[in-house]
Ligand binder design. Structure first.
Ligand code: PAF
Length: 283
């Protein structure tokens, strides 16, 4: 595993592999790697000749009151994990290297970011799109891997790639869950043992929705039932529970392929999860 922190050195490495006709797989991350990331990384190493992972805690996607400073940065452990997964290159730039001193160009999508998390976290997806566009331009991957847990992010990146004609295939990957159903995420590290137990309410509500006679209910009836379950957990506070279609617009009646999207605070930690109606649950 080669660890590089300069853009020019990544470009050189990429050029050398392109000359050899190597296909490059890419997983962009903010570090604090967990099984969710590793599932993307393993798929990328399996499906491509060489695998690149970036680790960059992107200040552009954190709001003023969010957790940028306290975001975990266990770099040595991350690098060990990437090395064990057979990753070829880890790009770990400083903010000054990747953002420069005077960034004036941003990828500011209209439409998809004006829903769900985008409404709760103004500027978040502008920060995500801008950094992912920069990383795509530096790494020039053939394929890039994104998890379905951040479903709005996945849809937005797919749209950005279509709209701006990036030459990369976006590969969506399934949500990885712990044995009790909790979707793995870096923010689980913030939960106290009691909060960790309460956090299962997100996957419980997903199960409740999947098992409900949803085709016979209106979306608002189903949402009301789910809200009731979440509200019964003392440490939980609902940020949103919505049922949307693929354009992330609220639906009135639920059909196959619609999405239950939830964001719930457990204590001060905000967790998200989602379920695509009609899909089988594996927990
Ligand atoms: O999903 C993430 O970890 C981040 O949003 C990403 C895609 C690495 C951009 O900073």
């Amino acid at each position: 595993l080669k660890v590089i922190d300069h853009i020019e050195q990544v470009r050189e490495w990429v050029r050398a592999h392109k000359t050899l006709n190597h296909r490059i797989g890419f997983v962009p991350t903010m570090g604090a790697l967990h099984e969710g990331h590793l599932s993307l990384v393993r798929r990328s190493t399996a499906e491509n000749d060489v695998a690149v992972v970036s680790i960059f805690v992107n200040p552009l996607q954190f709001g003023v009151n969010e957790d940028l400073q306290k975001y975990p940065r266990p770099l040595e452990k991350d690098i060990r994990m990437l090395s064990q997964c057979g990753v070829d290159l880890c790009f770990h730039p400083q903010a000054s290297e990747l953002l420069g001193e005077d960034l004036q160009t941003f990828v500011d999508m209209q439409g998809l970011p004006e829903h769900l998390c985008g409404l709760k976290r103004p500027g978040h997806f502008r920060g995500v799109c801008t950094i992912v566009a920069k990383l795509f331009n530096i790494v020039s991957p053939d394929r890039a891997y994104f998890g379905r847990k951040d479903l709005q992010q996945l849809f937005i990146i797919q749209k950005m790639v279509r709209d701006l004609n990036f030459s990369v295939e976006i590969v969506p990957c399934p949500i990885v869950r712990e044995a009790d159903g909790l979707a793995v995420s870096s923010r689980i590290l913030y939960l106290s043992p009691d909060e960790r137990k309460d956090a299962t309410i997100l996957s419980k509500v997903i199960k409740q929705a999947a098992e409900a006679p949803w085709a016979e209910l209106t979306a608002s009836e189903l949402i009301a039932q789910l809200r009731k379950s979440v509200t019964a957990v003392a440490s939980a506070r609902i940020d949103y529970i919505q049922i949307v279609d693929e354009s992330l617009e609220d639906v009135k009646l639920v059909k196959n392929g619609d999405i239950l999207a939830l964001a719930v605070y457990i204590g001060s930690t905000r967790l998200i999860d989602n379920y695509v109606f009609g899909q089988k649950l594996n927990f």
